[in-house]
Design a protein around this ligand. Sequence first.
Ligand code: NAP
Length: 244
Amino acid sequence: MESIALVTGASRGIGRAIALELGQEGRCVCVNYYQHAEAAQEVVRQLQARGCRAMAVQADVADRTAVEHMIHTITDTWGPVDLLVNNAGISLQGLFQDTTDEQWDRILGVNLTGPRNTIQAVLPAMISAKQGCIVNISSIWGLRGASCEVAYACTKAAIVGMTRSLALELAPSGIRVNAVAPGCIETDMVRVLSPETRAMLVEETPLGRLGTPEDIAHAVAFLASEKASFLTGQILTADGGFIG
Ligand code: NAP
């Protein structure tokens, strides 16, 4: 049976690399995006050029109704999702006391309620099939804490709790739940930082470079693979040694 993978936030950055990697493995790939439709279509074109089945699916992951609609579209077109990668995320820099209600609600909405929405939407089919795999994207900042990124770090720490707890709850249903905690990865999210901050991050990374989106895609592909069939509830840190 063909594997149907959904990668949220796959129009750019890490999600794009994950989608391309999973397609390379022969999975059908659903490329979720929020605002960048053309970028998502380009990922689909690249996958199709490699002989993979791929489609772009728009949804704001924070919007439960939009997510349910997206999952129905995928299920009606190809069948149930058996691999869900919760990658979509936003960051927020600033002092904790300056964080507005709107910023707080939005970052929790996308980074935490988003995975809640997608997981709840795919679970009924995974549970009835008694198989499935979920890989969440956390962050080293969720493990270590980050000055001036309190809201972001909260969401990424919550993803760790969600991953470990769901792994326990879903193991009897044959569903594995793991997470990757990336270090500093060369994407738009890090490109917004000043050259000085980026240089400091490289210096603090023992392997002496920022990670690439492909570094994270390889970790996700491993957790999703048969080689990881006895792994659940794990947080795989892929950070060049940053947090040791
Ligand atoms: P990015 O380059 O900024 O790309 C973000 C992706 O998420 C885009 O495809 C974007 O879609 C999508 N997205 C944003 N809001 C969305 C929403 N509401 N609904 C659906 N999709 C949404 O980010 P990235 O660096 O690749 O980060 C990917 C994940 O890795 C995030 O969860 C991030 O927190 C995590 N992470 C990144 C780093 C890093 O150093 N880069 C480190 C640790 C963890 P559109 O472009 O279509 O709007």
